[in-house]
Design a protein around this ligand. Structure first.
Ligand code: ARG
Length: 284
């Protein structure tokens, strides 16, 4: 594996908010000022890109596809580990067209020698990529969300395809519909998470893996600002505009919080992590 984080982003030229498939989505707010929102989206995207590069990442930007506005959230494209990609199967018809587009993009990365293999989940086995399968490098396991967009059976497929341990976390609410909206493992072993998003059994599983001193509990305000949906690179944590609570939690553990204005993307129910896909994760 390369030392440098390698992150895929999707150009926001075709991004808008035109349908509702999660409770955060506000097509009315977008439609009130589409040109202004598009300008703000482009600025937010550029700022995110700059923040990731400043934190040491190599960033690759691929074009989006007209009519697939949520393609700007490539965290949902695939689960990638050890140069092998498992392309997502989207639960919502509005996003199913993204599967072929992401598969083609990932095949391109394979042709360029970045990936060795691009595979798919079995038919009907819904799984929305790294948004619901988060690699925890320190623990060498996947945290896998299910119950909203991804199905429980998909977590078995992730485990067997990658040959890694998977901790299955059932998501209890439609507001926190992908694991990455409410759960973020950090490089120092801490886990930033929003407890009310999980079933009691899922919380017990988190507690079994993460000792109390490493648990960082986000507030309702932090979670609603999409600040649990963060990209952690070393000691840097890149996120949407952050409430004081989450900034304090992370500063207290020695992390540098970098805030980016991602408001237009939050109108679609996505933040910083959703807008990225790590291509370099894994272990030799
Ligand atoms: N509007 C998109 C959806 O509902 C947002 C996806 C955000 N991505 C994420 N990984 N949480 O699917």
């Amino acid at each position: 594996m390369t030392e440098q984080p390698h992150i895929l982003l999707v150009d926001p030229a075709h991004f808008d908010v035109s349908y509702v498939i999660n409770p955060w989505m506000k097509p009315g707010a977008w439609a009130a000022d589409p040109a202004g929102q598009a300008v703000r989206a482009r600025a937010g995207f550029a700022a995110l890109c700059g923040a990731l590069e400043s934190a040491g990442a190599r960033v690759d930007i691929i074009p989006g596809v007209e009519g697939l506005p949520d393609m700007v959230f490539p965290a949902n494209a695939a689960v990638v580990l050890n140069r092998r990609a498992l392309v997502a199967r989207f639960a919502r018809p509005e996003r199913q067209g993204e599967e072929a587009a992401y598969a083609a993009a990932l095949q391109d990365f394979a042709a360029r020698g970045v990936l060795d293999e691009v595979a798919t989940f079995p038919e009907g086995c819904f799984q929305e990529g790294a948004g619901d399968a988060i690699w925890d490098a320190g623990r060498a396991l996947f945290w896998a969300g299910y119950g909203q967009r991804s199905v429980l059976a998909a977590t078995d497929h992730v485990a067997s395809f990658f040959g890694k341990r998977v901790v299955r976390l059932e998501l209890a609410t439609d507001r926190f519909y992908h694991l990455d909206t409410c759960f973020c493992p950090l490089s120092g072993g801490e886990v930033l998470y929003y407890a009310p998003a999980f079933t009691a059994e899922a919380l017990a599983r988190i507690h079994a893996e993460v000792p109390p001193e490493l648990r960082l509990e986000a507030s309702a305000e932090d979670a609603a600002a999409f600040c649990v949906n963060a990209v952690n690179l070393g000691r840097t944590v890149v996120m949407a505009r952050a409430p004081a609570h989450v900034r304090g939690l992370l500063a207290g553990r020695g992390y540098e919080v970098v805030e980016v204005d991602l408001d237009p993307f939050i109108l679609s129910g996505g933040g910083a992590y959703c807008m990225t896909l790590r291509l370099d994760r894994g272990q030799p």
